[in-house]
Design a protein around this ligand. Structure first.
Ligand SMILES: [Zn+2]
Ligand SMILES: [Zn+2]
Length: 108
């Protein structure tokens, strides 16, 4: 399974990238990245899928998942498969996107 991401800039905020996808659970998780921010933004869907947008998105996703696992928070969803992709920022250029798909999705 691969997610397909869309990007938009909210009205009047050309330095924002809202990166979203149509989740199978029915949600539209939205990671809001501000241009130039040093840290990736993320959204964690109710079903367990997580996506990060911005610099070092993959590393940020891995650390986030490791911390949750260490606290036992993801015992119910099993291990994550991690993927990387890119989207085009509203201001041009590539924005890294990383996402994690759990072995078992939570009920919406
Ligand atoms: Zn949901
Ligand atoms: Zn979901």
């Amino acid at each position: 399974m691969a997610l397909s991401f869309g990007v938009r800039a909210p009205k009047g905020q050309t330095d924002m990238a809202w990166v979203t996808y149509d989740c199978a659970c029915g949600c539209h998780p939205n990671a809001r990245y501000r241009r130039g921010a040093a840290e990736a933004a993320h959204e964690h869907c109710c079903c367990g899928i997580v996506h990060f947008v911005g610099p070092e998105a993959l590393g940020a996703l891995r650390s986030y998942l490791e911390e949750r696992r260490a606290r036992g928070e993801d015992a119910d969803v099993g291990p994550y498969a991690v993927h990387e992709t890119r989207v085009t920022a509203p201001w041009g250029g590539d924005l890294p996107v990383a996402y994690g798909l759990p072995a078992h999705l939570r009920a919406h």
